[in-house]
Design a protein around this ligand. Structure first.
Ligand SMILES: Cc1cc2nc3c(=O)[nH]c(=O)nc-3n(C[C@H](O)[C@H](O)[C@H](O)COP(=O)(O)OP(=O)(O)OC[C@H]3O[C@@H](n4cnc5c(N)ncnc54)[C@H](O)[C@@H]3O)c2cc1C
Length: 379
């Protein structure tokens, strides 16, 4: 659908659509920066922001803080809740990163533990959003974006749909894609992958109590899920196509899972691949021989990747092998002028190269470049 057709049928973001501030008392003294309303521009009666940031993960929030600092009129649009990917991580997850490496905007993350838990990270990013009174439209999914006009007059027309089905068009002079990769599991492409007892995500052990659970994968997610399941009363079989567990498995997880395999508490099949998933079993192949493993639940924990289709539809060129978007390494601008990428979205299939640890710095470089281009001054 053309953007003109969209505009004819949908609500557009006007001045009345501005969000209320996050309303945090904690932040009152620290966040005295203007919200950017004074700088609103209009295009056909519709407000045109300086920058729309898609995704309220750590990278998107860092980009929002930097945009604010550099005097840009920004809005973050998030399909779920704040840091939605982290909210969907396993409930009992502990980060492999020490707290200071997860920090954004200079707000300290304090924890009594060596490594923060998922719950602590959620609390921390809520505190950051409140501290800077970040403007985040939540439960609003970006469906598509297209660019109208050329050069400095060009704007991005971004179509969105809220959880309740309200469709909107938002406009901005620049867009930051900070959508991460957690939405796109690496699918095995085998029959039965979409059966109801199969999932590409692991949340918690209790629903699997006394069930036969087949876990596919050999990295952190698979190893941690296997241990958590075993310790909470599930019968666990681990299937991995490699000969050994992945090199990146956390140093405190590896011996634990290896010892559980040695003692027979967790059954493991290495150099084995899944051929088909059936309602009560999984067909696997080891050294050319296929056999059945009984399973009530199947967890395919084989990693994730950024959505290449969305990037391509936006006109971004991707490396054929790695699917990494073409971008300037300093400004993170893609081959599409004023379209930037940040965080996990930059990783292509190499998700092991971008973490919160490094993705949190991209937003500052983007906002700085954009502010210079638009002639904004720091506030
Ligand atoms: C289990 C697990 C454990 C990890 N542990 C660590 C760790 O210990 N340390 C570390 O540094 N890294 C860790 N990582 C990696 C880290 O989580 C990612 O690098 C980080 O979340 C990337 O941040 P991001 O903001 O780029 O993307 P995300 O955190 O994925 O955020 C992207 C956001 O964009 C939103 N979004 C997506 N599509 C749309 C759309 N169309 N419209 C609107 N919003 C959209 C999503 O809902 C999400 O909130 C871990 C990852 C996993 C999976």
């Amino acid at each position: 659908m053309s953007s003109a057709a969209w505009r004819g049928r949908q609500g557009r973001e006007g001045p009345q659509a501005r969000l209320p501030s996050a309303g945090a008392n904690y932040a009152a003294n620290r966040a005295r920066r203007p919200s950017g309303d004074a700088r609103l521009r209009y295009h056909g009666g519709v407000s045109v922001r300086d920058v729309l940031i898609i995704g309220a993960g750590p990278s998107g929030l860092a980009a929002a803080i930097a945009s604010r600092h550099h005097g840009l009129d920004y809005l973050v649009v998030e399909q779920g809740t704040l840091v939605d990917a982290i909210a969907r991580f396993p409930l009992n997850m502990v980060f492999f990163t020490t707290p200071e490496l997860l920090e954004i905007g200079g707000v300290p993350l304090t924890t009594p533990y060596e490594k923060p838990t998922r719950a602590e990270a959620l609390r921390y990013y809520r505190k950051v959003a409140d501290t800077f009174q970040l403007q985040v439209a939540m439960h609003e999914r970006v469906l598509a974006l297209e660019r109208e006009g050329e050069g400095d007059d060009g704007v991005f027309v971004v179509s969105t749909r809220t959880r309740l089905g309200v469709e909107r068009v938002r406009e901005a002079r620049a867009v930051v894609l900070a959508m991460g990769y957690y939405d796109r599991p690496n699918r095995l492409g085998v029959p039965g992958e979409d059966l109801p007892h199969v999932s590409h995500y692991y949340s918690e052990p209790h629903p699997h109590y006394r069930r036969r659970v087949l876990v596919v994968g050999g990295k952190n997610s698979a190893c941690e899920a296997a241990l958590d399941l075993y310790r909470n009363g599930a019968h666990v079989t681990l299937v991995h196509r490699g000969a050994t567990l992945g090199d990146s498995v956390k140093y405190w997880v590896r011996p634990d899972v290896e010892n559980r395999i040695k003692e027979g508490s967790i059954t493991a099949h290495f150099e084995t691949r899944v051929v088909e998933i059936r309602p009560t079993s999984v067909v696997v192949e080891t050294a050319g021989e296929s056999h059945d493993i009984a399973a009530d639940d199947v967890l395919l924990l084989t990693g994730y990747r950024a959505d290449p289709a969305f990037l391509r539809a936006a006109g971004v060129q991707l490396d054929a092998d790695t699917l990494i978007p073409r971008h300037d390494p300093v400004t993170f601008e893609t081959n599409v002028p004023n379209l930037f990428v940040a965080g996990g979205q930059l990783a292509g299939v190499r998700t092991g190269t971008i973490f919160i640890e490094n993705g949190r710095f991209h937003g500052e470089q983007i906002a700085k470049a954009l502010a210079e281009r638009l002639g904004r001054v720091d506030v």
